[in-house]
Design a protein around this ligand. Sequence first.
Ligand SMILES: [Zn+2]
Ligand SMILES: [Zn+2]
Length: 265
Amino acid sequence: MEICVLASGSSGNCVYVEAGGTRILVDFGLSLRETETRLKGIGRSFSEITAVLCTHDHTDHCRGLASAARRHPFRLVANEGTARAVEQTARAAKASFSAPPGRWDIFESGAAFSVGALTVESFGVPHDAADTVGYVLSDGRIRLGLCTDLGMATAVIRRRLAGCDALILEFNHDVEMVRQSDRPWSLKQRILSRIGHLSNEDACDLLAELASERLQVVFPAHLSEACNTAALAERAALAALKRAGRPATRVVMTHHHQTTEVVVL
Ligand SMILES: [Zn+2]
Ligand SMILES: [Zn+2]
C-alpha cells in the first residue's frame, strides 16, 4: 500500500491511497488544480483516480469536489447524509453540483464495502457535520486507519482503529493555546467540545492505546494553524509511542501547504 497525505488541516484535507492498482483519494478539500499539482508532484496523474471517499461535508474536506466531479468520472463514495450535505455545500458556494442518479455510491455508516482492490470499513464519529465517518482501508495485508475530525475518541472508534499498520490521526490543538487564543468564545467552545476536534493530549492517549506491534507509521493530522505547532503534535505522538513501548513506529508529520512523502508499506 502507498499512502501520501496531500494536505491536512482546516485549509484543506486530501489523502492519496494506492493498493493493487486501485488509486483513490479520501476527501477533496483542495481545489481541483491544486490536487492535480500535488498528485503530479508525487508522480501520479489525477486521471488515474477511480474513487473519492468523503468523510464529511465540511468545506475543508470537499472544497474541490464539485468541479472535479464535473470533469472526471471517478466514483463518489459517501453515506447518504454526507452526500446530500456535500451537494448543498457546493450549491451554496454556487458550484452547481448535483450528481446524476447513480453517481454516488452510498453506504450505511458502520458498513464495509469494496472499492477496487481495497476493502473499506466505515464507522461513525462524533463531529458537528451531517454524518461524519472514519475509515479503515485494507488491501488484505495492510490496514490503514483514518480519523481526523473527531470531538472525542469513542469506544467504537477505539475498537475500529485497533490493529492498524498505519494511522492518520487528528492532533488538532494544544488546549492551552486554544484557551489563550483571541478566538471568539463560541469558536473555542466548539473546538474543545465533544463534537469538535481532538487535542494533542487526547490524541496521545488514543495513539498509546492503538499502538500495537503492527503499527509501522502514524501521521499526526489536521493540526490547527493558530492553536498548535508541528513540534507540539510530534512530541505528543512520540510520547504516546514511548508509553506504548513502540519506539520503532515512524511519525510522519502532515502539512497544510505541502504533501508528505509517499509511505510504502
Ligand atoms: Zn470537520
Ligand atoms: Zn476538517
